[in-house]
Design a protein around this ligand. Structure first.
Ligand code: 0X9
Ligand code: ZN
Length: 375
């Protein structure tokens, strides 16, 4: 399988959690691929599960029907471009000045504003100094479109439906950075839907730009599962936090300091709640708390919709060093650091966005409540 993965575009390989592989094939590759599977004694039960071309075409049309309205609303019937994401954050800060502040974490390589919101309950008191902080980010990986959409839904709930989320906002500030890698995200809209990395060119490797943001963080950087080859999708970058986008996340974590109790990073896909470590099979000291918080999320979702999530340490999926979750716990001591692999695939029909983000919110809410109970 790993030999085949040099020739074909594998979106996922079998691992400890799931024996299923997903591969992206052009129609003309299909016959040769099936033959090679047989030659390698690999049994395949499922064959074609999706005609991505058809989904792309259909969603192209949906994307074009969108026209910005005067009062920006949470986009739930299309995937927002980066401009629209930032405009929505600005709108909320203007509409809810007491509770929502919009702040820039820096700029991407191509100069896009890494905008985030800080959402609180608007109560000013000495107790504010001891407020805990929950930090949610999304979109480190460009093609995982449902992740920024989910982060925006978190923002929508906390800012626009604050009364029904008072339990999440009393004594807690939320920081939400919905698109960590806007250059990559925009590139997946305009050029290559399956792009994963950032977009900064790599010196000496003109044909292979970009770094895997989730291999670039400064904790056990360059360990297992992180490639030194610029042309790989898991390229670790030239140094820890070498990219402006990952540096911005790292600096934000540093600025939040010990108040930050929960870091949640949204990815897709696979219905998994993963916790450190990703760089080693050894579990961190606080793994029971990590497992407990993640399990609260999984249980809430299963109860609400029946969807099942795997709860495990990242290493059970595969070893991958330099992830933002390992960095949050290992370098900044954020006690609960979780990667949520959202449902679906990289390509999700726009008609499914609403149900998807609503379901994920149930899990995010439950995890946050558990953190608030504990810390
Ligand atoms: O490989 C990744 O970066 C994540 N999966 S994804 O399919 N979204 O690319 C999983 C990261 C888990 N955390 C660490 N390995 N630290
Ligand atoms: Zn990802």
């Amino acid at each position: 399988m790993h030999t085949l993965s040099h020739t074909y575009d594998f979106l996922s390989l079998p691992n400890h959690v799931s024996p299923v592989a997903t591969v992206l094939l052009a129609p003309q590759q299909h016959a040769a691929f099936v033959q090679q599977l047989a030659e390698n004694n690999i049994t395949s039960t499922a064959t074609i599960t999706a005609d991505l071309g058809a989904i792309f075409d259909r969603d192209e049309q949906h994307q074009h029907y969108f026209s910005p309205s005067a009062v920006p609303q949470i986009p739930l019937d299309h995937f927002a471009r980066h401009d629209e994401i930032n405009a929505y954050l600005d709108h909320l800060a203007a509409a809810y000045p007491r509770t929502v502040r919009v702040i820039s974490a820096g700029r991407s390589h191509e100069g896009r504003d890494l905008r985030y919101v800080r959402i609180g309950d608007g109560k000013h008191s000495a107790a504010n100094d001891t407020k805990r902080v929950i930090f949610v980010d999304a979109g480190i990986h460009a093609r995982e479109w449902i992740a920024p959409a989910t982060a925006l839904y978190v923002v929508h709930q906390l800012a626009e439906l604050a009364a029904q989320n008072a339990d999440l906002l009393t004594g807690t500030d939320w920081i939400v950075l919905p698109c960590v890698n806007p250059d990559g995200y925009e590139y997946t809209h305009d050029n290559d839907r399956m792009w994963r990395k950032t977009r900064r060119p790599n010196a000496g490797s003109a044909r292979c730009p970009g770094t895997d943001g989730n291999r670039n963080f400064a904790y056990e950087w360059g360990g297992p599962g992180a490639s030194a080859n610029e042309c790989q999708d898991t390229y670790r970058g030239r140094a820890p936090l070498s990219e402006p986008e990952t540096l911005a996340v790292g600096e934000l974590m540093g600025a939040l300091g010990p108040a930050c109790k929960f870091y949640l990073t949204l990815h897709s896909y696979g219905n998994m709640l993963l916790y450190p470590w990703g760089y080693t099979h050894t579990l961190p000291d606080g793994w029971r708390d990590l497992h407990d918080v993640a399990s609260a999320g999984a249980q809430a979702i299963e109860l609400a919709t029946g969807s099942q999530y795997w709860v495990a340490s990242s290493a059970n999926l595969y070893l991958a060093a330099g992830g933002s979750d390992d960095y949050a716990l290992g370098e900044h001591g954020i006690p609960i650091a979780i990667t949520m692999e959202l449902p679906g695939g990289f390509v999700i029909p726009t008609a499914q966005i609403r149900a998807s983000v609503q379901e994920s919110w149930i899990g995010i809410r439950a995890m946050a409540l558990r953190v608030i109970e504990k810390y």
